[in-house]
Design a protein around this ligand. Structure first.
Ligand code: AMP
Ligand code: FES
Ligand code: ZN
Ligand code: ZN
Length: 316
């Protein structure tokens, strides 16, 4: 197969776009498409300060690389969750982020959860019923809280994450299966801050398949962690991803069509009568100041108080 732009041997083929490209042209194409997505959804401008949440994986490191190459002002944030899983998962992920930032002379903020809150993710999850089976819910809550906190404290205009099309389609399928209107209204490439205490969030890679971001990282020579989080096995999101992969194999373009059609329908007013319930009920947490729907303290602050009171009891 030949590159559509130069006729040289193609390095990567995208059947859903009927497009094959050589290494050089693929490394040009993906950032160009990312730039189009940033403009299309009015995510941010070159005058704004961007914070990229990086996990050490292919998506978020590719995103950081692309934004940096496109000339955006972008720093990184790595959150150390204290996950080992026999593969030193968190230490390795952190190392990948540090190597990446070091090679490019970029600034990386690091927040270590065990050091900051006295417990790792599994221990925090144990302190609450939310972690009864898996720590993923507590982990998600913690990451969202810390991302928002650092973005606010350090004065960033927008927080970006490396969510790709496979992630977004799986989330959409999950939200649709349960018809969760609040989530369906909020899901999208960009989420405006909406009120003081919250920062704007954007997902510039949301239109790329996972294999496209993986190909970018490989062809660009980015070193990233191949392992998935050891707690990810058997989660609902992996289950939905597997189902969507089967549909995609039968009909290339299925995931892209599912996600883009949803965005178009939303844009045409499908959920316009549905107010965002979260924004309506938000107030600021008296402890950390972040916007929350929970009465009184936010869910994260309650989690931390609960886990520290458990710690006190253990010490007695
Ligand atoms: P996940 O929820 O693990 O699928 O990750 C989705 C996105 O969240 C990634 O692409 C990153 O942008 C961000 N992220 C995940 N884990 C971390 C972490 N430990 N530190 C900073 N950002 C993260
Ligand atoms: Fe948080 Fe796996 S990354 S539980
Ligand atoms: Zn070419
Ligand atoms: Zn709080």
């Amino acid at each position: 197969m030949k590159c559509r732009k130069c006729g040289e041997k193609a390095a990567f083929n995208m059947p859903h776009h009927k497009l094959a490209l050589c290494r050089e042209h693929y490394l040009e194409w993906l950032p160009e498409q990312t730039e189009r997505t940033i403009h299309k959804y009015q995510m941010f401008t070159r005058r704004e300060r961007i914070l990229a949440a990086v996990s050490g994986g292919k998506d978020s490191l590719s995103l950081w690389d692309i934004l940096w190459r496109l000339g955006y002002s972008v720093d990184g944030l790595y959150i150390g969750l204290g996950i080992d899983g026999g593969i030193q998962y968190s230490d390795e992920s952190r190392r990948m982020c540090e190597i990446f930032a070091g090679e490019r002379g970029l600034k990386l903020h690091v927040v270590d959860i065990p050091q900051t809150y006295g417990r790792n993710i599994a221990q925090l999850a144990d302190a609450t019923l939310r972690g009864a089976k898996k720590p993923c819910a507590v982990c998600g809550l913690t990451k969202r809280h810390v991302m928002n906190r650092i973005a606010r404290e350090a004065g960033y205009d927008v927080l970006v994450t490396g969510h790709n099309l496979d992630d977004e389609a799986a989330t959409l399928l999950s939200n649709t299966m349960n018809w969760i209107p609040g989530y369906l209204v909020r899901q999208g490439p960009v989420l405006e801050a909406g009120r003081p205490g919250l920062v704007r969030k954007a997902k510039p890679l949301c239109r790329f398949y996972e294999r496209e971001t993986a190909a970018y990282a490989l062809l660009r020579g980015i070193e990233y962690i191949y392992d998935e989080c050891p707690y990810a096995e058997g989660t609902k999101s992996i289950y939905f991803k597997e189902i969507l992969n089967k549909m995609e194999a039968d009909k290339p373009g299925t995931k892209l069509n599912f996600y883009i059609s949803y965005l178009t329908a939303k844009n045409n007013g499908l959920f316009s009568s549905q107010a965002d319930p979260e924004l309506e009920m938000l107030h600021n947490c008296p402890t950390c100041g972040q916007a929350t729907t929970a009465p009184g303290e936010c869910t994260f602050c309650r989690l931390i108080s609960k886990s520290s009171s458990n710690l006190e009891n253990e010490r007695c």
